[in-house]
Design a protein around this ligand. Structure first.
Ligand SMILES: Cc1ncc(COP(=O)(O)O)c(C=O)c1O
Length: 404
């Protein structure tokens, strides 16, 4: 008899952003004269940089000429892009990473959801709490989690690592078995970062216990501080225990174009099998590659003009971040993140729950943010604002919040 994958039925019914959308829609209908400012979803708002647009046009033209037309891309991605990534993101930082360890993809969401496939369903996952929901939900779909406890908001068979103000939103190394450890820095949602020493401790732990770290560095481009690792491969020994995920979405505005990559070092060997070979097999079987024109656009991100233009875009968003951070801090809010990340994580005032603060902000200031509890139980009492909005709208939003 045909049966569905019942693990899908375990997934939590409603998704955070659809709940938010419903509340906003209701508010809009009831208050047609109020201009809503959205600082909720983490999507970029600036258009693609000129260097990228120029390359897109050029490569579209190539596709229309017999001599330069491109069909299926090579399995791992075009060499021109993989070589450029290695030179700019890894060699320049002293990391030993080779082009055949780079797997070009359509983004870090797919990679962070798919990477679990190459591990046994018996493995135990460890995630930060609060967390980017994809890590958990993709493991629910795969049957790697037990049942959901409505009371504590957690799945059984999952190791949750609380990220709190007390530990600087950097998880402690768990004292129970965890085989697949998901880390994301700069972090979504807290906007906080990990020091190189701390990350080294995680790498040492993973090498000691035989665990693998899935390191999501989608927001790496926002790091400006000293001693904050841009890549896990800056740590000694990471080649034998870590897979890194990167995205072109937040650094270069590719959320609509779609491009990312996973790094799977050849030294990462589990039970005699190279994870690089397993991921290559999975990639070759299930994925036919990011479009040629998008991979060329990715290459343009690393051109001199591209780097300069993208730096300006990041500076624009980070100016928003510091406006939000400083505005709220000066007004007495307890705020985190926002320095090496486009996310500001604030403690809700007066012991309000995340959703109570969401409702207050919407009704009194017509500003939309994201309730922290939507990212996990330890997000309760917190709230996420993003710096990806328009500069003037962001300023207005902060002014409205301060007047509440
Ligand atoms: C932590 C994290 N990883 C991955 C992604 C998705 O990146 P992409 O657009 O490359 O799929 C996001 C998007 O918000 C994210 O916050």
């Amino acid at each position: 008899m045909l049966k569905i994958n019942e693990d899908y039925l375990k997934l939590r019914g409603s998704y955070l952003f659809s709940d938010i959308a419903k509340k906003v829609k209701k508010f809009e209908t009831e208050n047609p004269d109020k201009k809503i400012i959205r600082l909720g979803i983490g999507d970029v708002t600036l258009p693609l940089a000129p260097a990228i647009i120029e390359t897109l046009h050029k490569s579209v033209d190539e596709m229309g000429v017999k001599e330069t037309f491109k069909g299926y891309a090579p399995d791992l991605g075009y060499e021109f892009l993989r070589n450029t990534i290695v030179e700019n993101d890894y060699k320049s930082r002293g990391c030993e990473i080779y082009p055949d360890e780079i797997f070009v993809s359509d983004g870090a969401k797919s990679d962070s959801g798919n990477i679990q496939e190459i591990f046994s369903t018996d493995n135990v996952i460890a995630v930060c709490d609060p967390v980017y929901p994809v890590y958990v939900d993709s493991n629910v779909m795969a049957g790697r989690t037990g049942s959901f406890d409505e009371l504590n908001g957690q799945w059984s068979d999952v190791v949750y690592m609380p990220c709190t103000a007390e530990n600087g939103f950097c998880p402690e190394i768990p004292n129970m078995e965890a085989d697949i450890i998901y880390l994301c820095f700069p972090n979504n949602p807290t906007g906080e970062v990990i020091s190189k020493d701390k990350l080294q401790q995680w790498v040492d732990h993973a090498n000691k216990t035989g665990a693998v770290i899935i390191y999501d560095a989608a927001y790496e481009a926002y790091i400006s501080g000293e001693n904050i690792p841009h890549s896990i491969y800056e740590c000694e020994g990471a080649r034998t225990c870590a897979i890194e995920l990167r995205s072109f979405s937040k650094n270069a505005g590719f959320t609509g174009l779609r491009l990312g990559f996973a790094v799977v070092p050849k030294d990462l060997v589990i039970g005699g099998t190279k994870l690089n070979s397993l991921w290559a097999r999975r990639h070759g079987t299930k994925y036919n590659g990011a479009p040629y024109i998008v991979q060329r656009a990715g290459e343009a991100v690393y051109s001199e003009a591209g780097k300069k233009q993208i730096k300006e875009q990041i500076a624009y968003y980070m100016a928003n971040a510091s406006y939000i951070y400083n505005g709220l801090k000066d007004a007495g809010y307890e705020v985190y993140g926002g320095t090496n990340s486009p996310y500001i994580w604030l403690k809700t005032p007066n012991e309000m729950s995340s959703w109570e603060f969401f409702d207050t902000l919407l009704s009194k200031a017509a500003v939309v943010g994201t309730p922290g509890v939507g990212f996990g139980p330890h997000g309760e009492g917190y709230f996420r604002l993003t710096a990806f909005g328009d500069k003037d709208a962001t300023k207005e939003a902060v002014e409205r919040i301060l007047k509440m």
